[in-house]
Design a protein around this ligand. Structure first.
Ligand code: SAM
Length: 279
């Protein structure tokens, strides 16, 4: 028995439900329930929030969230083999866990959740950045979530919190830091997972700001930043060619030298450029 609840250990759950990990689904399971409870404690005010969890798998983080007091967890899992294991957790934490079998990229979870909503996930690596960018770039702000507490490969986590001038700085840093506070709160070695991935992992906690740091249209900013970093070694006058007429004038009006490379340009200048391109 685990120490956080009366359910069987995760190794027993995996054995009983024959949940051999599938690479195509990005399955690297956390087996230590004390660790999943520790991750759950990074999420914030659990008792006063509904939590959306993507990819619960055998339910390690799910149990962490519930044992740490989450008001409700809505868990979306694509692998049908995991559903009976998750149903056992739902029965033990009566009325507080709802499981949806489906693809997180397709399911609209909002009809099942009540504000305030927090997101927590040990994300399947193949859809992690796509979901993060979606959560960061709705047209309207503030978003449906108060915070995101997400496990990534450490290299991706470093790209989210990176500052200008560093190798990791790029699209993810700009989109994340434009509308949220982002920090790495935990780093985990490969051995924390079964099977162990090749690289270290890290948990990033993002808190939604009430308003974006600088005014810009989300779609335009996303387009400008993607183009700028697509050829990050090139000067911006070349990397952004075709983005708008009179490009060099717009760069200068945004406080950017046309000969600068994207990696030295800060968030404020990129937002100014997005406004100048949109106008
Ligand atoms: N949360 C569990 C843990 O920490 O042990 C499992 C994490 S594992 C890295 C990723 C999980 O996401 C797997 O259970 C996998 O089946 C699920 N998954 C993969 N693609 C998905 C998708 N498109 N929608 C929902 N779940 C998905």
């Amino acid at each position: 028995m685990s120490r956080i609840d009366n359910l069987p250990s995760l190794s027993e759950v995996i054995k009983a439900h024959e949940l051999s990990a599938r690479k195509a689904l990005g399955q690297n399971f956390l087996l230590d329930l004390n660790l999943t409870a520790k991750i759950a404690r990074q999420v914030g005010d659990l008792a006063g929030s509904d939590v959306l969890e993507i990819g619960p798998g055998p339910g390690g983080l799910t149990r962490g969230l519930l044992s740490e007091g989450a008001r409700k967890v809505l868990a979306i899992e694509k692998d049908p083999r995991c559903i009976p294991a998750l149903d056992e957790i739902a029965a033990a934490y009566e009325g507080r866990l709802q499981v949806i079998e489906g693809d997180a990229l397709q399911v609209d979870p909002l009809q099942h959740l009540t504000q305030p909503i927090r997101v927590a996930a040990n994300l399947p690596y193949n859809i992690g950045t796509e979901l993060l960018v979606r959560w960061l770039t709705p047209q309207d702000w503030p978003p449906f979530w108060e915070s995101l507490t997400l496990m990534f490969q450490r290299e991706v986590a470093e790209r989210i919190v990176a500052k200008p001038g560093s190798k990791a700085y790029g699209r993810l840093a700009l989109l994340a830091q434009w509308r949220a506070d982002a920090q790495i709160v935990l780093t985990l070695p490969p051995e924390a997972f079964s099977p162990p991935p090749k690289v270290h992992s890290a948990v990033v906690h993002l808190t939604a700001l009430k308003e974006p740091r600088y005014e810009a249209d989300a779609k335009v900013l996303e387009r400008v930043v993607a183009k700028a970093f697509n050829q990050r070694r090139k000067m911006l006058r070349a990397a952004l060619k075709g983005l708008a007429p009179d490009l060099e004038d717009r760069l200068i009006a945004s406080g950017i030298k046309p000969t600068d490379r994207a990696e030295v340009v800060g968030l404020e200048q990129f937002c100014a450029l997005a406004r100048n391109v949109a106008s």
